[in-house]
Ligand binder design. Structure first.
Ligand SMILES: Cc1cc2nc3c(=O)[nH]c(=O)nc-3n(C[C@H](O)[C@H](O)[C@H](O)COP(=O)(O)OP(=O)(O)OC[C@H]3O[C@@H](n4cnc5c(N)ncnc54)[C@H](O)[C@@H]3O)c2cc1C
Length: 345
């Protein structure tokens, strides 16, 4: 366990926002985490307790006058191997993309399309990360967590967590209550590529690659290249990936927009709902590439807000509000942020 006091979180969030935590704890095991919670109970310490991963989906709004927890649990255990299925438990502190690479090296398939997503295994189960037609929930069976109030260990099955588009109960009604310690996945010994997602299918066509020629390594490589082309590298330009969720609206809302914007992009969803790309809506308001102080809408992908230098959480929130309000004014659709605001007074 490592405990730092009055520690800068600048290197701990991909926006590079410079705030401080009164106490920053990197713990290495479930037992260490439980000891820490029991110690708080003994000392009647009711100061805020915030769990972070690699900070790749956070907007830190100010100094944190409490404890910031971070997991370094990174064990990988095969719990069962039955026919085509392999069941593996992974520690929450593993870097997500290192986990994906490890799976591919081991011949365990199911995560290829999620290559290159920043963050950790624990957060992937909180956020239900997704990309190129695949979501974390497709392979998650169970999530082990520790109750931050009682130190009790919980074993959630995926159905209990109510997974949806970038959603789980761990970021809903259970937000802030549990620290995820391990995630149990069901992966496959057979490679069954998922290639239907529009941008991926287009890229395969452009490269003249047939579906049956695609290998897992090739798929990972193509996805990494597509991502590098579209998303800024946080090491060079601070960002949190897609800032807003793509809105899912009733069909009549889409029809109203299409009447004035013929050919507006959309994806049909169950229940006569329609998903409209948030990036397209932002582009129509003219925000793509525009800045407000040291925060800007990324010039190559309007869904990404970037820190052009020294932005605070308030700068990013101000730009977010302007973009969200303009989209609402133009289209009557209110965006929901995908990034999470931490340390709001
Ligand atoms: C360049 C870039 C590209 C991205 N691309 C994608 C993408 O394609 N698809 C996608 O879905 N996301 C994407 N993201 C967003 C981000 O990578 C994911 O949301 C990721 O899961 C966040 O992981 P993290 O470890 O950084 O978590 P953080 O951002 O630190 O935390 C996110 C949330 O999880 C909670 N949390 C973290 N760890 C734990 C834990 N062990 N126990 C309990 N709660 C925890 C935090 O409290 C917080 O609420 C991208 C981000 C960037 C910067």
């Amino acid at each position: 366990m490592q405990i730092l006091t009055n520690s800068s979180l600048r290197q701990r969030n991909t926006f590079g926002i410079d705030v401080r935590a009164r106490r920053l704890v990197d713990y290495d095991s479930v037992a260490e985490l439980q000891d820490l919670i029991w110690q708080r109970q003994r000392q009647a310490d009711a100061s805020p307790l915030i769990h972070i991963g690699r900070g790749s989906n956070l907007v830190l709004m100010g100094d944190i006058e409490g404890t910031v927890l971070h997991s370094r649990i990174s064990d990988i255990v095969v719990t069962a191997d039955e026919g085509d299925n392999i069941y593996v438990r992974a520690g929450a502190g593993l870097a997500w993309d290192e986990w994906v690479a490890y799976c591919l090296d081991s011949g365990w398939y199911g995560h290829e399309n999620l290559s290159g997503i920043p963050g950790e295994v624990g957060a992937a189960a909180v956020q239900n990360i997704g990309a190129y037609g695949v979501e974390a929930k497709d392979t998650i069976l169970y999530v082990d967590a520790v109750d931050l109030h009682t130190a009790e260990v919980r074993h959630f099955c995926a159905a209990e967590l109510d997974y949806g588009y970038r959603h789980s109960r761990l970021k809903g009604d259970l937000q802030g209550r549990y620290a995820v310690t391990h995630v149990h996945f069901r992966l496959s010994h057979s490679f069954r590529p998922c290639l239907h997602y529009g941008a991926l299918a287009d890229e395969l066509r452009r490269r003249d690659i047939r579906d049956y020629d695609v290998t897992a390594a090739m798929l990972r490589q193509i996805i990494m290249e597509l991502r590098a082309d579209k998303l800024p590298d946080p090491a060079r330009l601070g960002n949190a990936g897609s800032f807003f969720k793509n809105p899912v609206v009733p069909r009549e809302t889409y029809d109203r927009i299409a009447a004035t914007h013929p050919g507006a992009p959309h994806y049909d969803m169950p229940g006569d709902m329609v998903k409209i790309p948030a990036a397209w809506l932002i582009e129509q308001t003219g925000w793509k590439g525009r800045a407000l102080g040291p925060a800007a809408v990324y010039e190559r992908q309007a869904l990404v807000i970037v820190n052009t230098g020294g932005a605070t959480g308030a700068d990013i929130a101000a730009l977010m509000c302007r973009v969200r309000d303009d989209v609402e004014h133009h289209f009557g659709i209110r965006f929901e942020a995908e990034a999470q605001f931490v340390g709001l007074p």
